[in-house]
Design a protein around this ligand. Structure first.
Ligand code: TPP
Length: 760
């Protein structure tokens, strides 16, 4: 039951918004040092990081244009987006947060990555620096300054290697410049899907909030990204009243005035300041500000204050840093068709680095000559690491699969993660005769057991709390584990999936729910481009222990948008495991395994299975993913199915045996990815015939995949091509006679098998 009643209240009044400050910072480096908000060491680090960013990217231009040739016939490839002009933002942000805070970044993210890594290094102990260097050299006697320099150089080398697609790169050449991540520095990844990181950052913030780490997340996005749907879903997710004042995340818009070429304020929106949008997300405004993004001090000031708010539990912050990209959108954009020289010159006159140099001199931190020497040293370092990176080893094709799946699971849960306090004792599900319980209760038991075992397991989705989910599966879990661990999500499917990804990468083991598989297309960027790729693309370093539970419908007259069987779309993305159990016993054992797995698992239940009874032992057990089961033995034909259609398939096998004397062997796939090809092939080798029964239309269905594998691997043993028994090529219709015709019935399976055997 909810804590609050929502009562009618029709008093006239007005909705008011708090003012959103513009460019409030009026200090400079000198004043910051005088007020002891910054040391000269801090100032030098900010400057160093800005120079690294600028010179590093100037080197990329030189490489592309052939002005710097590391070796003869060197060829620069890859999509590269430069942030020259925007250095004050990257440097200002990273200087204002702790190294243990997280960031997410964008396709224009070299600067973020270089800066986050640099600040990780500034915070490293000597031992950590030596470990980072991955060298056998004895560095114990190296003076601090030299060790630091060598560590920084290694960071630049690893970054350049990634841009050049080398094995030594941060992501082993799997991601490249647009998808660079550095988990040691808590950089959760750049994102080439504009806006794609909004929910990931929010999920990482959810993890910090629930685990009470005191760390925050900075979600760096471009101005263009703010117009993508996920921006809205994520910002609302982050401010939900059920999280108190909200999650510890700073949404930091790096407004360089253009998307690719779309102009932000006069063309593709009707707001002059994107920070204005913060007002709509919270009763008393999300704290929002517009900041001079050409001034590292102003960025530092705003981010530091924003971070303090987040750490104090005062919820998300929205900062819009006004800046400018000097170069084209990408290396191929000449930028002459959409913006004027006068505009470019006006921004260049505000150059962040020139501005900061003047401030360094004015504050007596460095002299002009010292600045020059400092610059030369960094340029030289970048030239050296570039040649080294260009000559570094490429990844080898024999290792192309490395990094796709984690081989680990949470086999041992540390004492500190065990659930000690429950609001209510865990309900005991009563066994019927022969130890049977409902499929729905088997899911419930798996969830409850895993939540007791590990308090990092949290459950959220639409209506899963008080109501127990649309199908009553999670009923009572909230009363036992509390709202912190079982909570309703807004109707924001993309954010549900994306936040689960971020939360999993940053410490939780979320079980998120998408009510119907029909809503998966709403999540496809998050599921297919983010969740599925985050481990491989980032060099096999991320662990994403999340389960996405969803359900298939059909058979209830719910028609086109609530009855589809879209598992093939999900199985298409390498990096996801996909499970679709058909019995109470399997669903419990597999769900527990999925929750413990360190990979993302899409767990498909079927609404027509929830009320089925099945034997489920009271003792704990796990079932391995990737293992099909023999549901019935036979010698004449192999029938392969999964999920609810296992019932019709088994009944059809029964009819075939009784009425026709045909012995069908029935295989329940249980897991679609990884697919247990071995078990199917074993059977087909005996029977020489195979039919696959699925609830989806044939084209690009999972059945086609199974059929292809069987034909490819057992062609010589087959008497006939594999048959696919499937739905018609129409959206699922509502009327009972049409729906009954659409979903493969027992009779249709029997007829298809007879037909197949007749033809043999
Ligand atoms: C979802 C999506 N749409 C379009 C693109 C193509 N694209 C790449 S970057 C970009 C502009 C993004 O603008 P903004 O978010 O302001 O970032 P900026 O490039 O200015 O740093 C576009 C349209 C994409 N990568 N992803």
């Amino acid at each position: 039951m909810k804590e609050y009643d929502v009562l009618p209240d029709f008093k006239p009044g007005q909705i008011t918004f708090q003012p959103i400050p513009l460019y409030q910072f009026q200090g400079n480096l000198k004043s910051e040092i005088e007020q002891q908000r910054l040391t000269t060491k801090d100032a030098l680090q900010i400057f160093q990081v800005m120079l690294i960013n600028r010179f590093f990217e100037e080197m990329i231009i030189d490489l592309k244009q052939g002005k710097f040739v590391p070796f003869e016939n060197f060829n620069f490839i890859g999509a590269t987006h430069l942030s020259i002009g925007q250095e004050a933002v990257a440097s200002g942000v990273m200087s204002a947060i702790k190294w243990s805070d997280y960031i997410t970044s964008t396709h224009r993210g070299h600067g973020h990555s270089l800066a986050k890594g640099a600040y990780r290094i500034f915070a490293m102990t000597r031992a950590e620096q030596i470990a980072f260097l991955e060298t056998k050299d004895d560095l114990s006697q190296l003076p601090d300054e030299e060790l630091l320099e060598r560590t920084m150089k290694h960071h630049l080398y690893k970054t350049m290697c990634e841009l050049l697609g080398k094995e030594d790169g941060y992501c082993h050449g799997r991601g490249g410049g647009m998808h660079i991540a550095d988990f040691n520095a808590r950089h959760l990844g750049a994102n080439a899907i504009v806006g794609g990181s909004y929910a990931i950052a929010t999920g990482a913030a959810l993890a910090q909030h629930l685990l009470e780490t005191g760390d925050i997340v900075v979600c760096l996005v471009g101005d263009g990204a703010t117009n993508n749907g996920i921006a809205h879903e994520a910002m609302n997710f982050a401010v939900q009243a059920q999280f108190g004042k909200g999650l510890p995340v700073i949404f930091l818009i790096e407004n360089n005035q253009y998307g690719m070429t779309g102009q932000q304020c006069n063309e593709v929106t009707d707001v002059y300041y994107l920070a204005q949008r913060g007002a709509g997300y919270r009763q008393d405004n999300m704290h929002a500000e517009v900041v001079n993004g050409m001034d590292a001090m102003a960025v530092y000031d705003a981010v530091q204050r924003g971070a303090e708010k987040c750490r104090a539990g005062e919820g998300p912050v929205l900062l819009e840093c006004m800046t400018y990209r000097y170069m084209g959108h990408s290396l191929s954009d000449k930028r002459t068709s959409y913006r004027s020289k006068a505009e470019e010159e006006a921004w260049q006159a505000k150059d962040a680095i020139i501005n900061f140099k003047n401030q360094l001199v004015e504050a007596n931190v460095l002299s002009e000559t010292q600045i020059q020497a400092f610059e030369e040293k960094i340029r030289k370092m970048i030239a050296e690491i570039t040649t080294q990176a260009a000559l570094a080893a490429d990844p080898i094709p024999e290792q192309i699969y490395e990094g796709l799946f984690a081989e680990t699971s949470s086999d041992n849960v540390e004492e500190k993660w065990k659930t000690i306090q429950l609001l209510k004792p865990v309900r005991q599900i009563k066994r019927m005769k022969e130890g049977q319980i409902l499929y729905r209760h088997a899911v419930w038991e798996a969830l409850a057991e895993e939540m007791v075992r590990d308090k990092r397991v949290v459950l959220y989705g639409e209506d899963v709390a008080d109501y127990g989910g649309a199908f009553g599966v999670t009923m009572g879990l909230m009363e036992t584990f509390g709202r912190q661990r079982v909570f309703n999500a807004p109707i924001s499917e993309a954010a549900i999936v994306g936040t689960a990804c971020g939360a999993a990468m940053a410490g939780l083991r979320p079980v998120a729910e998408i009510m119907y598989i029909d809503f998966i297309p709403l999540t496809l960027d998050q599921l297919g481009n983010q969740v599925a790729k985050a481990r491989y693309m980032f060099g096999g370093k991320a662990k994403i222990p999340m389960v996405l539970r969803t359900t298939i419908g059909g058979g209830k007259g719910y028609a086109g948008q609530h009855s589809q069987s879209l598992e093939a779309i999900i199985a298409h993305f390498p990096g996801l495991k996909v499970v679709a159990p058909s019995t109470a016993y399997d669903v419990k054992g597999l769900l527990k395994t999925a929750i413990r797995d360190d990979n993302p698992v899409v767990f498909i239940e079927h609404q027509m299975l929830y009320a089925d009874l099945g034997e489920v032992p009271e003792e704990e057990y796990l079932l391995p993913m990737g293992s099909a089961s023999f549901a019935r033995a036979g010698k004449d034909i192999t029938l392969v199915s999964y999920s609810n259609l296992m019932k019709n398939t088994l009944q059809a096998a029964e009819v075939l045996a009784e009425k026709e004397g045909i012995q069908a062997e029935v295989i329940d796939l249980r897991t679609l990815v990884p697919l247990d090809e071995e078990t199917i092939l074993q059977s087909v080798k005996r029977t020489g015939r195979c039919a696959v029964v699925v609830q989806s239309p044939q084209t690009c269905s999972f059945a086609e995949h199974v059929a292809f594998q069987v034909q490819r691997q057992a062609f010589a043993l087959l008497h006939k091509p594999v048959e696919i028994i499937c739905a018609r090529a129409v959206p699922p219709p509502m009327a009972a006679p049409l729906e009954n015709d659409n979903i493969p019935s027992v009779q249709r399976i029997v007829d298809s098998v007879l037909n197949l055997l007749k033809k043999s």
